[in-house]
Design a protein around this ligand. Sequence first.
Ligand SMILES: [Zn+2]
Length: 462
Amino acid sequence: MVRQYTRKRISPRCTINVDLRKAFDSVSWTFLSQVLHGRSYDVLPRGPSIRSHLDGMALGVSGRSGLAVNTSKSSIFTARIENNILCDILARTEFTRGEMPVRYLGIPLAAQRLSVRDYSPLVDQIANSISRWAAKSLSFAGRLELIRSVIQGVECFLLQIFPLPAAVVEKIHRLCRNFLWNSKRAPVAWENICHPKNEGGLGIRHTQTWNVALLARVLWNIHRKANTLWVQWIGAVYLKGGSVWDWQPKKGDSPLLQRLAEIRNKIIAAFGSPEAAIEHMAEWSSSKGLDTSKVYEYFRPKRAKQPWQTVIWKAFIPPKYSFILWLGLQGRLSTRDRLMFLQEDSSCSLCINTQETAKHLFFECPFSNLVWANIRQWLGIHRRMSTLLSAVKWLIKEKARSSMQNKARLIALACKVYSLWRHRNEVIFEGKTPCPKGLAISIRITVYRILLTLFPQGLITS
Ligand SMILES: [Zn+2]
């Protein structure tokens, strides 16, 4: 709204940013509704008569809204208003004079394309909140949940207003990635975790596609002439009553408008014509507007569905077990064969005979065979397994006698992978002595404990 205020050839005008103290029990909702729909204060006369209108404005707002105006946080942006009038207005309202460029959450709402540096308040804010969380004391599942809240919370809110440049998205991702893996080396690429769990990801949203989905909703609101002040203003000032589907933004228009036009073109290209695009978007929407999750689902990058990927994240498997199993299934656990570049000893720390690979560690190593044989005998698994993938697939396909046994087998496999990996780390990094019997017993106790919470009656009677 105040983009053109720095221009020399412009008629006298002003915009007031009123900060209201929160007092929900005293709000006059009729008044707020009037303001939001632009029925009350949308048009102020220009020139010196502004003064008389603003006179007692603070009083007027607080009187009608039931809210108190926070004068120290309210500001006035003016263009070509004479100095003595401006001083008078500021003195009467006690508002401060707004400084250009206008900032929102620290980011300048500039006319030109924003540089990566302009987004540093946002990036710093995310970095600060991440640094407050102690990465080491949180489990992977806890860290994943916090990352989700950053990506889906802070970003989701900002992505509706700011079209994020790719370099800023990359900065945010790097922060989240380092926190998630608790290291600068990520075993799985960020794009790969931005898939639903049944496609092998961790269910984190793909930021750029989510940005597209949120801005598509803005576009749809403009198309359906939603009853908000902003949409009506866009309609009157930029579209001049025309359609958003054939509107062309001008060179100096804001980055948001430029990006909206890009997204509109992307949607048209996806469906072949503006008419087809409107038809599809109508299918994705209700009276409340466009359903962003449907837009996201349509445009997000996709991979083939793998049913076993969903199974490993079942609620009855502790997330830290699921996570190690997930890494193992993708061949992403840092076994010694994958760290050859460090030129360190690559032999298995449990049997010291062979090179440590995931296949060896979990299925071929004499040490882990002792552990696994013990568990297999306990749960009646007769099949010999040779890889994590074949083991999971077999457990899904081969139904046991009861649902309890099915669950027990799956928990046992996840627990075995997790415990073996942990045991191996303790042997390498803490100098522990490998103990297959002790490990097998601790796995059995853990599986039994989880089963007891799932089937408190079943375990007693059977
Ligand atoms: Zn071994």
